[in-house]
Design a protein around this ligand. Structure first.
Ligand code: PEP
Ligand code: MG
Length: 771
């Protein structure tokens, strides 16, 4: 079985929505495709109804079609029910001989006794079961089970929404609330992702689009306009999905799923058509029906479904825009500054695919993964507290200065001109020849290794352009966060291999899954935690879910075959924890070896220094770990007891606190003494203010967003090691953050001047050479 082909074909899945007449027809297409891939006579999909605790046959290839919707199994009933109850695949060569077998008469399955059932789950929720049957003489093997698990993962989110739509009970309606935003001119916010944007506003607020569209007087349209609009919307969404998957192959799996499914939902479309036939103008009919759907979606207890209510609104706006032919109705984000109360990672992918100018998050408290994602997608983003921004009229011009965190609403002409001049200067700066060198040295010739932090595969393009020595931190959680389910080993392998190949022999450091805290998986809500940053996060989570950990480490070891591979554990707080994690790597190595699967036999295994408890144990850790990396974003949070995402205490989040400075110096000293590499991969590594201190404290490896590498090379080449060491000593002798800040400011002003002189000298040399 060719797994790669299977994965690719499933990537194509969403594109085939367009040819399906309904959700039911789409499910039939899936079973036909799976049966074909797996060489099976029968493939069926059962969906689970939690309320009735019942599995219902919803699609089949190979059994009698009359059985659809008729065959119902309790949880645990028959081998299909058993697979879902115990959340494990069931595979039997002679199913009828199994004690749990249940014969279902009249569906023609007697001759296909070789049987496999794989549960379909998303996080904690049971969605259904995928079954396959063949003749007894052709049993299923381990590879088949593995392939089916991949398929089940890929199908989980699409089937969850299909299931919801197929059982919807459309009842209540919702009313939108109004608000005012008069006199709003300037708002100061916090930068989440740097850049500039200027354009008309689109308010992405739940009920916002619907409110606007329902208050607007639409011109009269016909049923035919509605049907044409429906087809055009499906075409546009399919094209968008294709574009986003091409650009973001690691993250963007089926993000327009719920939109497309609704377009194929007979109940949804039928209800609208009925209202139109009763004389309602199509835009009004669409709004009436959609309002009910949104109210049901947003009232769901499942956070993933709640997240989807924004998709319904987005779909409705697109649909009305295509029915009326008025592009204003479509609430497009192209060229817009998007103002939102809430943004999910999938929303950022949509904004990126639609080429929005920027995003403003209103009183949202951006999680760190949202900010990292915005940076990787080059979407300027600012977080503001002023809720009035949500009430500005649509298309209000906005300047977003996400360098300083400034938002100008309805800016006056002179502000626009000033902004445009600054933007031109910024672009000219970005395009100036940088005279970059392949390696980075201080002024007196000390080698400093610059590595890249990678969130999405798209960051690789920037990293390849920059003078970087490899990848110092790959945050593996992004494919987990954006996808709708835990990716299987095989899917992870595909993404990781692309990363390794992209780096062509340079070091690649994979960090194991670092979720929890503020990096949440909507499909895996877990129990609510009062202190999520002190809770079930990161290595603590993966050590409890060994199955996920093993799948990830195997994927890393396989992807790292023939490469310079490092594996790093986040949030380590004790020797036992590190040793347990390291032993799991050893187990994975030995199982890959005995299975004869190509892999990297000797990866470097290291840890992040993020939790203060390890600081005093570094000599002991040095005997266990091959390398260290300081995660200063978390280290600052834990040392100072300041939540890194809490706006109310943002002024207390001070990386230049004497305790942080001394901790970095101490860690560097311990690693150097033990002859182990130590790097910094938190944001301090890309802030010119701290570079001289870090080098003076002994750090020689810095890992950062690749976009910062050219600038940091420039900063470093103006630093003198002896001066940096002197400055570090001065700082380490201080006990007040304010005094340290003053030294850092003084030094960085001087360094900026020196680096400008270096640049000027370089350009003068160039001019002389050219003339
Ligand atoms: C850190 O904590 O500094 C780090 C690099 O990890 P993250 O920001 O992903 O938590
Ligand atoms: Mg961290």
């Amino acid at each position: 079985m060719d797994h790669m082909k299977l994965l690719c074909d499933f990537g194509e899945l969403s594109w085939s929505f367009n040819d399906s007449a309904s959700i039911e027809a789409f499910l039939q297409k899936i079973v036909a495709m799976v049966a074909d891939h797996m060489n099976a006579a029968v493939c069926s999909i059962y969906l689970y109804n939690e309320n009735r605790r019942q599995l219902i046959l919803r699609a089949t290839k190979g059994l009698k079609l009359e059985a659809i919707d008729r065959v119902k199994l309790e949880l645990g009933e028959g081998l299909t029910g058993l697979a879902l109850k115990e959340l494990r695949p069931v595979c039997e060569q002679r199913a009828s001989e199994h004690p749990g077998f249940k014969a279902i008469p009249g569906i023609d399955e007697e001759k296909y006794d070789s049987f496999m059932a794989v549960p379909i789950v998303r996080g904690l929720s049971r969605i259904g079961v995928l079954t396959l049957q063949r003749e007894t003489r052709r049993p299923f093997d381990e590879n088949d089970v593995m392939a089916m698990r991949v398929i089940a993962t890929q199908l989980a989110n699409i089937l969850e929404i299909a299931k919801l739509l197929m059982t919807l009970d459309v009842r209540q309606s919702v009313e939108a609330a109004a608000g005012e935003a008069e006199g709003l001119k300037f708002i100061k916010g916090k930068v989440a992702s740097t850049g500039f944007g200027y354009g008309p506003a689109t308010i992405l607020d739940r009920d916002g689009a619907l409110k606007y569209l329902s208050q607007k007087k639409h011109s009269m349209c016909t049923l035919e306009d509605f049907r044409n609009g429906l087809n055009e919307t499906a075409r546009q969404l399919t094209a968008l999905q294709r574009r986003v998957e091409e650009r973001l192959s690691d993250a963007a799996s089926l993000i327009f799923t719920s939109h497309l499914l609704m377009l194929k939902d007979r109940t949804f479309v039928g209800a609208i058509e009925e209202l139109i036939e009763d004389g309602l103008n199509p835009p009004e009919a669409i709004i009436q029906v959609a309002t009910k759907y949104i109210s049901i979606f947003s009232g769901s207890s499942n956070p993933y479904i709640r997240e989807k209510s924004l998709d319904v609104e987005d779909l409705v706006a697109r649909l009305i825009g295509n029915v009326t032919g008025d592009p204003e109705d479509a609430f497009t984000c192209r060229g817009r500054i998007v103002v939102a109360r809430e943004l999910f990672p999938s929303d950022l992918l949509t904004l990126s695919s639609e080429m929005a100018q920027g995003a403003i998050l209103v009183s949202g408290g951006a999680t760190s993964h949202l900010a990292f994602l915005a940076r990787s997608l080059s979407i300027p983003m600012v977080i503001v507290e002023d809720r009035r921004l949500l009430n500005i009229p649509r298309k209000t011009p906005i300047i977003l200065d996400a360098e300083l965190g400034n938002v100008y609403v309805n800016p006056l002409r002179d502000i626009i001109e000033k902004f445009q001049r600054r933007n031109e200067a910024r672009q000219a700066m970005a395009q100036r020849p940088r005279n970059l060198k392949p390696e980075t040295y201080t002024r007196d010739g000390t080698l400093i290794s610059l590595l890249a932090n990678i969130n999405l595969l798209t960051d690789l393009d920037v990293a390849k352009e920059a003078p970087c020595q490899g990848i110092g931190l790959y945050r593996t959680e992004f494919p987990f966060i954006i996808r709708a389910n835990f990716p299987e080993e095989e899917e992870q392998y595909v993404v990781y291999r692309k990363l390794v190949e992209g780096m062509a022999g340079k070091v690649v450091t994979f960090r194991t899954l670092d979720i929890g805290g503020d990096k949440v998986l909507s499909y895996f809500p877990g129990a609510h935690e009062n202190n999520p940053f002190l809770g079930m996060r990161s290595i603590r989570f993966t050590l409890r879910r060994k199955d996920l950990f093993v799948a990830q480490i195997r994927a890393m070891l396989r992807a790292g075959a023939g490469a310079n591979l490092k594996i790093m554990f986040p949030m380590i707080s004790s020797i036992e924890e590190f040793k347990t994690a390291r032993e799991i790597v050893a187990e994975c190595l030995s199982s890959l070896r005995s299975e004869g699967i190509d892999h990297n036999p000797r990866p470097g295994v290291g840890m992040m220094i993020e939790v203060p408890s390890v600081l005093d144990l570094l000599d002991d850790f040095a005997a266990e770990a091959d390398f260290f990396s300081l995660g200063t974003n978390d280290l600052v949070q834990y040392l100072l007891a300041v939540d890194r995402t809490n706006e109310k205490v943002a002024d207390l989040y001070t990386p230049h606190h004497p305790a942080v400075m001394r901790a970095i110096h101490k860690a560097a000293g311990a690693a150097i003494k033990a002859g182990k590499e130590i790097s910094i991969c938190g944001d301090m590594a890309q802030n010119e203010r701290y570079i001289a201190f870090l080098i003076g404290a002994g750090i020689r490896v810095l890992s950062m967003d690749p976009a910062y590498i050219p600038e940091m090379q420039n900063v470093i080449s103006s630093i003198d090691l002896t001066m940096a060491q002197k400055m570090s000593q001065e700082i380490l002798s201080m006990n007040r953050a304010a005094d340290i800040a003053a030294v850092l400011d003084r030094e960085s002003a001087e360094a900026r001047e020196r680096s400008m002189r270096v640049e000027a000298a370089v350009s003068a040399g160039r001019v002389r050479r050219e003339s």
